[in-house]
Structures are given as structure tokens and as C-alpha cells.
Design a protein around this ligand. Structure first.
Ligand code: KDO
Length: 325
């Protein structure tokens, strides 16, 4: 399908889709994700989602980017080469700039707020657009956690000014890079799989992720401090190929939706619990863990977004609707 744009590719793949519901054994749901096999989101997909759909679908998890590189999964689904992924608002913003509202610092307040935003009426047109133009259904919202700045250096960081000149690894898309800049740092794009070595060798000074990810990826082995900036209450979406969804019976579709919601809820509760418990684990590993001047971070980051081109792409009034939930 060389030379076709995403919309044409989706239409072309849809034409070859099954028009009748596939039988039980036919349905294969391959999920490709950056998350490791031990990440709570992957665990929930394997232990909650897979058994709930096992009667009619075979779920296959491919973790740690073993099937597709980080950030290429949505396109793989659009091209008909993959059925599922755990995607992010940052990745969606590459196709639909209005999704950058969910990538802005200090917008979501907590895990429950994320759920309310995802279920809100104003979210519906955005979900529909992703479905129509990319052939991807966003089934449920997953909680990754509060992202904090995690440095291999030991200077004290109280305000964004203290991050001047700090090479902070951020994932490789515009929305992520902007967040790094908004924090006051010098953002460096890099795939998640390269971060441990980059921290170990000093190729970067730090990275940002929620504490459960710092634990799971063992970043605590190669860093000295976690500054509790909470700059992004980070989310992911469980994404499914519309082609695969349309090939299911209504009962199967309902079961898939419920399985995704149940998996997301299970992972959310585990991530929240780990976030609570892991600060003391990090201290035991010898890391400093402390709160900076949060008001200073919040003001600098929010001002950066409001004065940026990103906010011009946001649906008018949506930021107030999000804040009002
Ligand atoms: C990361 O690359 O730092 C990030 O946290 C970005 C998230 O959107 C998510 O993809 C996550 O990695 C992976 O799932 C690994 O935990």
C-alpha cells in the first residue's frame, strides 16, 4: 500500500476485512507494547484480559517492544499488521494534535480524574476521529502514574530553574519534548529501551517516569534522586484494531470491552498501591526522594502550555470541561 496516506490505508484494509463475524478460533489479538512483561499493565492484560476473551479469541502479548519499535504501533494497527497496543496521548497527538491537551503537565489530577475524562461526552468525538481516520478503537484508559524527575546527578532541585542545562531523556515525540522543555530541562529524545544504559553511562543526566516504572526498569540502580514533581499524571489507552473489533459478534465485542475495562481497573489499583509503597523502597536503595517547590513547577509548566502552539490545537472550552470534572 505504498504511497497511500493513513486514511486510504485504513479504507483499503477495511475492504479486505471479514464481513461476517469470525469464528472463535479465528480471532488472534496480538498486543505489542513498550511495557515489560512485569509491568502491571502487561500483567493485567495477561491475567485479566486474556482469560476473559479466551472462549473466542487468542490473546498474545509482545512486551518490551519485541514486535514493533516504541511509537510505531498505531501505524502498524492502521496498516492491518497488528491488533492491539497500549498507546499514549503523546503518540495519538502525532496524528491528532488535539490529543496534546492530555499530554500537558498538571492537567489530570489523579487516576479517578483520568477515568472521568475518558468517559466524558466531550471525549466521544475524539475517540470517533481516531476510529474513523486511523482504524483504532480506544477501549479503556490505563493509569501509568505520576511522572517525576529522576536524576543520576545529586544537585538539589527545588524549581524549574534548577533544571537548566540538565539533559533529561524524554520519549521521542514533540509532545514529550515540549514537556521536558516546560519543566526547565534540556530534553533528549530516546526510546525507553535505551534509557537504562544512557543513565548508566551518563549519556543523559536523568529521565522522567512514575515510581513503579523506575522500579520495574531498575532505573534506581543508576540514579541518585527522585524529585517528586508529579508533572504529569500519565495515562495510556488500550487500543484495538477497528477491523478486528468489527469482525466480532456483538456479544464478543461487549466481552472485549468489559475485559479491557477490568484489566485497566486491575492495573490501576496495583499501580496506585505500588506508588504508595515504593518511595520507601527507593530510599532504602540510597536515593534521595523529596518534593520540590510544586507551585513553582506548576506555574512554569502551565504557563508554557498556555503560551504554546499546542494549546491552539485544543478543542475550544475543553480545558475548562476537564478542570470542571
Ligand atoms: C516512556 O517511554 O518513558 C514511557 O513511560 C512512555 C509511556 O507512554 C509508556 O509508553 C511507557 O514508557 C512504556 O509503557 C514503558 O513503561
Amino acid at each position: 500500500m505504498m504511497g497511500l496516506n493513513i486514511k486510504q490505508m485504513v479504507t483499503a484494509t477495511a475492504l479486505t476485512a471479514l464481513t461476517t463475524a469470525a469464528s472463535a478460533a479465528d480471532i488472534k489479538l496480538r498486543m505489542a507494547a513498550t511495557a515489560s512483561a512485569t509491568d502491571q499493565r502487561s500483567v493485567a492484560m495477561t491475567e485479566v484480559f486474556a482469560p476473559a476473551v479466551a472462549d473466542f479469541a487468542q490473546f498474545e502479548g509482545h512486551w518490551s517492544n519485541s514486535l514493533f519499535k516504541q511509537g510505531t504501533e498505531l501505524e502498524a494497527i492502521a496498516r492491518g499488521n497488528l491488533e492491539m497496543t497500549i498507546t499514549s496521548a503523546q503518540e495519538l497527538a502525532e496524528f491528532f494534535p488535539e490529543f496534546s491537551i492530555f499530554t500537558a503537565g498538571y492537567v489530570h489530577r489523579d487516576a479517578e480524574h483520568q477515568k472521568r475524562v475518558f468517559a466524558a461526552d466531550f471525549m466521544q468525538p475524539l475517540k470517533q476521529k481516531v476510529e474513523d481516520e486511523l482504524g483504532v478503537k480506544l477501549l479503556s484508559v490505563m493509569y501509568l502514574g505520576r511522572r517525576h524527575v529522576n536524576l543520576r546527578t545529586d544537585q538539589e532541585v527545588k524549581t524549574p530553574a534548577d533544571l537548566t542545562g540538565v539533559n533529561l531523556r524524554m520519549p521521542g515525540s514533540d509532545a514529550w519534548q515540549f514537556l521536558g522543555k516546560a519543566l526547565g530541562a534540556n530534553p533528549t529524545p530516546m526510546a525507553f529501551s535505551e534509557v537504562y544504559t544512557a543513565l548508566q553511562t551518563g549519556a543523559v543526566d536523568g529521565q522522567d517516569n512514575p515510581i513503579p516504572t523506575v522500579k520495574d526498569a531498575k532505573f534506581y540502580e543508576v540514579t541518585k534522586q527522585i524529585i517528586l514533581t508529579s508533572h504529569l499524571v500519565d495515562l495510556n489507552y488500550i487500543a484495538l484494531s477497528k477491523k478486528a473489533f468489527d469482525a466480532m459478534t456483538p456479544e464478543q465485542q461487549a466481552a472485549v470491552q468489559k475485559a479491557a475495562d477490568d484489566a485497566a481497573e486491575s492495573a490501576r489499583q496495583k499501580q496506585l498501591k505500588m506508588e504508595d509503597e515504593l518511595a520507601s523502597f527507593m530510599r532504602d536503595q540510597g536515593l534521595k526522594v523529596y518534593e520540590p517547590n510544586l507551585a513553582a513547577f506548576q506555574k512554569t509548566v502551565q504557563d508554557a502550555y498556555l503560551n504554546s502552539d499546542f494549546s491552539k490545537t485544543w478543542v475550544p472550552g475543553m480545558i475548562d470541561q476537564i478542570n470542571g470534572l
